[in-house]
Design a protein. Sequence first.
Length: 230
Amino acid sequence: MKPAQLLLAHQRLVERERALREEISQLETRLEADPEVVSLDEALAAKVAVQQAVAARLRESDHDREAHRTKLRSREKELMSGRIRNPTELIQLSEEVEHMKARFAEEEDAELHLMEENEAADVEVREATAQLYEARRHSASAEPGLRKNLDSMREELTSVEAERDQVWSQVPPKAQQAYTRLRVNPKVAEVSNNQCRACHVTVTSSGMQLLRKGDEIVHCENCGRILVLS
Ligand SMILES: [Zn+2]
């Protein structure tokens, strides 16, 4: 192979190596924690928190209602006892009892509402639990295949790295320097229809002649990349 062709081969191996490393790291992350499972786990935790808050409000409401019921009964008893003779006092107490009854009815409505909320929260927790369970099962069943993929990618990476070094060692030092000095990416561009494929600028006829010989490194006059005939 000519120097520029070696450099192109090297570049392709470097690109493959980069892609492999990226895939390997994504797979490793996935095997550490499945994002699907993590997000369903968080969703379940949030729903359990809501369920607990509603249950706490329901307990509090039960407790308050019980206290109000006791108070209402004792007032009603007092009203019916006939002990209160003063008409003004009697009217006052009667009004108080009516007021308490009205409030009690409101509290019962609110309690019904809370019970509905509580049931809905229970359903949500049950559903989220089932979803998480399913995702965990799915994730676990996919794992052996993913591990196998990971192993084969690691193997490929090892051979790509070796090949990359082997190709690089065949590149003449001058071409190596020309390649290393370049700051563009990718550094090597193919030429087709007399054009640099990276920047689409036409290569001069003298440039094309040099490229056909292939012994020297030819740079694109526009983008500076190392050119190679495809
Ligand atoms: Zn160019």
